[in-house]
Design a protein around this ligand. Structure first.
Ligand SMILES: C[S@@+](CC[C@H](N)C(=O)[O-])C[C@H]1O[C@@H](n2cnc3c(N)ncnc32)[C@H](O)[C@@H]1O
Length: 266
């Protein structure tokens, strides 16, 4: 993926994040199909993390009040801030979308968590963070977009201290289905374990998340069905990127699995 492609991904997400807060329809569809009724108010996201998954992520990271952890591709900060609140650990979130970073900062202030949370622009391959600075790293439904997934794992290994943890949820690709597609077809990984091992992590758990395909299909179909209201609420720019991803995902079925992974830095 060229730097132009990365800029396009960032611009697409910038437009979506700018429009998300303006759309009650998106909030309703996402809560109904992706978040679930028990997901905590104020920590909403645009991924597929459930409250049960956040609990696993928080527990697997093994953080406490003196710890520091990073949320890679944090979006508007919901999942990382929930983990920070639960554990008392200090959060650094990075994302390629600067609109998301600004939104995450505002949310941290709103939730009274600004004292333990900071956010900055960065990419999976270039976080801009210091060597071995973190006790743990998390990421939710974003690593599949990394244009070079080995470089992403190498970068996490660089910033997490030996003995520190990496816990993430993301999608595995069906490589044949995404061949030639922009972004999704750039570096389609169908199993993250070899990359993790090469980067210097020992994988302790690697499992498919229950019901992921049904939730993804119903959430994306819900968005496609609500196109008229979403366009009215979010505007064309905010909506086109979202509807584009939804259409490609429903049509191509690019993912073979969604996995939840825990690993330890050697
Ligand atoms: C589906 S969203 C998930 C965001 C967040 N983790 C959440 O749960 O709400 C995917 C995120 O990945 C970010 N992203 C995509 N490519 C990236 C890259 N190469 N480096 C860093 N962030 C990236 C996007 O800006 C977006 O915020």
């Amino acid at each position: 993926m060229s730097s132009d492609d990365l800029q396009r991904v960032a611009a697409g997400y910038d437009a979506v994040y700018a429009a998300v807060p303006t759309s009650p329809t998106l909030a309703r569809v996402w809560r109904e199909h992706a978040l679930g009724a028990d997901f905590p108010e104020g920590f909403e996201h645009i991924s597929f993390a459930t409250l049960a998954e956040l609990r696993i992520i928080a527990s697997e990271l093994r953080l406490d009040t003196g710890s520091m952890f990073v949320d890679l591709a944090c979006g508007m900060g919901g999942p990382g801030l929930w983990v920070a609140r639960e554990t008392g650990a200090a959060l650094t979130g990075i994302d390629v979308s600067l609109v998301a970073v600004a939104g995450a900062r505002e949310r941290a202030a709103r939730l009274g968590l600004a004292n333990i949370a900071q956010f900055s622009g960065g990419t999976f391959a270039q976080t801009g963070l210091s060597d071995a600075a973190f006790d743990g790293a998390m990421s939710v439904d974003a690593l599949q977009y990394a244009p070079d997934k080995q470089a992403a794992m190498d970068e996490v290994a660089r910033i997490v201290r030996p003995g520190g943890r990496l816990v993430f949820a993301c999608f595995e690709f069906d490589a044949a289905r995404v061949a030639g597609l922009p972004v999704l077809g750039t570096d389609p990984v169908s199993d993250y374990r070899p990359l993790l091992e090469r980067a210097g992590f020992k994988v302790s758990s690697y499992s498919e998340t229950p019901g992921w395909r049904a939730r993804l299909t119903s959430a994306y179909q819900g968005i496609a069905d609500a196109k008229t209201s979403l366009t009215a609420e979010m505007g064309d720019a905010g909506c086109s990127s979202l509807l584009g991803e939804v259409a490609v995902t429903l049509q191509v079925q690019p993912y073979r699995s969604r996995v939840l992974v825990s690993a330890t830095r050697r």
